[in-house]
Design a protein around this ligand. Structure first.
Ligand SMILES: Nc1ncnc2c1ncn2[C@@H]1O[C@H](COP(=O)(O)OP(=O)(O)OP(=O)(O)O)[C@@H](O)[C@H]1O
Ligand SMILES: [Mg+2]
Length: 467
C-alpha cells in the first residue's frame, strides 16, 4: 500500500476504536492514534517497540509471522507488556511505503487492547482511590464540572453523589461564599495547591482538611481537567491545638497563681477606703463626688471578676459536682438570657429535650457556660436576630447535645481557630476569657465544645456526657 505520511496520519487518527501504531523498519514508532494512547495511558511516539511494549521481535518479523498465519488460517498473536503485565494479543500488520519519503513502514493493529473486561492496574488503582475511606478525591473536567467524587469526600463535604455528578462545581457549592469554596475555578488556569489547610463545615461537623490539587493533561499537553485530593486531619490538628493550649494555660496558671492574690489584697483595701469616702460624700451632700466613687467601685468589682476568671483558667477551683438536669439549669438561666436579648433587640427560642437527661456538673459553672455562649451569640447579632437553643439526647453516644445558634455574621475562617484562646477578643470591651473558661469547664465535665460557622450564623454545640 502506498500512502503519503499525512494520509497515513489522518487514517490512523480517524480510527478511534482501533489501537493503531506505525513503525519504521528499524522498530521506531513514528505515529500512534488516541485509542492506543488512552488504552495504555501514554503516547509512545519516538519509542521503540522494545521500550514501549517490551516487544523484541523486529517489525519485519512480526509482519512475516502475520502473513504466514493468515495463509494457514491461524490467528496471529504477539506477546506485549502493558502496565508491566504480559498479555497475548491478536494483531494485524501491514507493510506500507511512504510515497513522499520512499521509506518502508509497518502499520500495527493491536486487537483486544481496548477490551473492557480486564481492568488495568491503573484503572484498579483509580477505582480503589475512589473507595478509600481515608481519602477525598474530586475529579473535574475542563469546564469545571464534577466528573467523579470519592465516597469519603461526599461524607465529609455533606454531599450526595447522585445529586452532583456531572454538575458544574459553581452550582454544587453555590451556597458557600466564593472565597470559602474548597476548589477555586483558577485551578484550571494552573493555580494548583499543595498541602493547603482548609476548614470545612458540613451540616453537622467541622473538619480540618489538608488539600492537594493538580491539572490533568493529555499527551499533547492540553488541560483536560483537574483533580483534588484531601485528607481529614481534624484529629491531628485538634491534638496539636490541645497541646499548645495546655502549654499556654499552664503558663497562665502559674502567672495567675502568683499574682491574683497580690492584685486582690490591695484591691480590698482600696475598695474599703472608697466605701468610707463614699459615705463621707453622702453625709456632706457631695453628690458629684459620690457618683465618682460609685463608678470607681463598679470598676473595682470588674477587676475582681476578671481576677476570679483568671484563677479559674489557671488552676482548678473547688467544684461541686452534682446530678442535675441540663434543661433545669438552662431554664434557670433563661430569664437572664432573655433580658440580655431584650437589650439587643433579639429574640430567644428554646427547645428543650422532652426527656430531660441528668448530667454530672457544677451548677454555677454550667450556668456560666450557657450565659457566656448565649451572650456571645446575642452580642454578634443586630436587632431582629434570633438565638435558638435546642437540646438533643443521643442515647447511643450517651451524650446530650446543646446547640446554641445565632443569626449573626458568623466567624471568619482566620478567626475561628483563635476564639478559644485566652484573651482573644474582637470586642472593644471584651476580655477574651469567656470561651476559654467555657472550654475548661466543659472539658472538666468530660464534654466537648464545637463551633460551626460558614459566613452566616454560628452554632456552638456542647456535648455533655449523661448519667
Ligand atoms: N456567636 C459568635 N459570633 C461571632 N463571633 C463570635 C461568637 N462567639 C464568639 N465569637 C468571637 O470569639 C471571640 C472570643 O469570644 P470570648 O467569649 O472568648 O471573648 P469575648 O466575648 O470577646 O469577651 P468576653 O466574653 O470577656 O466578653 C469574640 O471576641 C468574637 O470575635
Ligand atoms: Mg464572650
Amino acid at each position: 500500500m502506498d500512502l503519503s505520511m499525512d494520509e497515513l496520519r489522518v487514517f490512523i487518527q480517524c480510527s478511534t476504536n482501533q489501537a493503531l501504531l506505525v513503525t519504521d523498519d528499524k522498530q521506531r514508532i513514528v505515529m500512534c492514534n488516541s485509542a492506543l494512547t488512552s488504552a495504555i495511558g501514554k503516547c509512545v511516539v519516538g519509542e521503540t517497540l522494545i521500550q514501549a511494549f517490551k516487544l523484541y521481535d523486529p517489525a519485519s518479523k512480526l509482519h512475516n509471522e502475520c502473513e504466514k498465519a493468515s495463509k494457514t488460517g491461524r490467528v496471529p498473536k504477539l506477546r506485549i507488556s502493558v502496565y508491566g503485565r504480559v498479555r497475548e494479543s491478536e494483531y494485524e500488520m501491514f507493510r506500507l511505503r511512504a510515497v513522499d519519503t520512499g521509506e518502508t513502514m509497518y502499520l500495527l493493529h493491536i486487537k483486544q487492547l481496548l477490551s473492557k473486561e480486564e481492568p488495568t492496574i491503573l484503572q484498579q488503582f483509580a477505582g480503589s482511590l475512589m473507595k478509600d475511606v481515608n481519602l477525598g478525591v474530586l475529579l473535574i473536567d475542563a469546564d469545571f464540572t464534577l466528573i467523579d467524587i470519592s465516597d469519603m469526600a461526599c461524607r465529609v463535604l455533606g454531599l450526595n453523589k447522585n445529586d452532583i455528578i456531572n454538575t458544574p462545581m459553581d452550582r454544587i457549592f453555590s451556597s458557600v461564599p466564593l472565597e470559602h469554596r474548597l476548589v477555586q475555578p483558577s485551578l484550571l488556569e494552573g493555580v494548583i495547591v499543595r498541602n493547603h489547610a482548609v476548614s470545612w463545615t458540613n451540616n453537622r461537623e467541622r473538619y480540618e482538611l489538608l488539600l492537594d490539587s493538580n491539572l490533568l493533561k493529555d499527551f499533547m499537553g492540553r488541560t483536560v481537567g483537574a483533580y483534588v485530593i484531601f485528607k481529614d486531619v481534624t484529629n491531628l490538628r485538634s491534638l496539636e491545638e490541645q497541646v499548645q493550649r495546655s502549654d499556654r494555660l499552664a503558663m497562665i496558671g502559674q502567672i495567675a497563681a502568683g499574682t491574683a492574690h497580690e492584685i486582690r489584697n490591695p484591691l480590698t483595701s482600696i475598695k474599703g477606703f472608697l466605701q468610707v469616702l463614699k459615705n463621707s460624700f453622702v453625709e456632706s451632700g457631695m453628690e458629684k463626688e459620690k457618683s465618682y466613687t460609685d463608678i470607681m467601685l463598679t470598676e473595682i468589682n470588674r477587676i475582681n471578676e476578671l481576677v476570679s476568671e483568671f484563677l479559674l483558667l489557671g488552676k482548678r477551683k473547688n467544684v461541686n459536682f452534682d446530678k442535675m438536669s441540663v434543661t433545669a439549669v438552662m431554664s434557670e438561666m433563661l430569664p437572664i438570657i432573655n433580658n440580655e436579648a431584650l437589650l439587643h433587640g433579639v429574640t430567644v427560642q428554646y427547645e428543650s429535650a422532652s426527656d430531660a437527661p441528668q448530667v454530672i456538673a457544677d451548677r454555677e459553672m454550667l450556668k456560666q457556660v450557657f450565659l457566656n455562649i448565649c451572650k456571645n451569640g446575642i452580642e454578634a447579632m443586630t436587632e431582629g436576630g434570633v438565638l435558638s437553643i435546642s437540646e438533643k439526647v443521643d442515647m447511643d453516644e450517651r451524650k446530650v447535645h446543646i446547640d446554641i445558634h445565632d443569626t449573626g455574621p458568623g466567624i471568619p475562617n482566620f478567626v475561628i481557630d483563635k476564639i478559644f484562646d485566652p484573651f482573644f477578643t474582637t470586642k472593644e470591651n471584651g476580655t477574651g476569657l469567656g470561651l476559654s473558661v467555657c472550654q475548661r469547664i466543659i472539658h472538666d465535665m468530660g464534654g466537648t465544645i464545637r463551633v460551626a460557622s460558614k459566613g452566616f450564623g454560628t452554632t456552638f454545640t456542647l456535648c455533655i456526657p449523661i448519667l
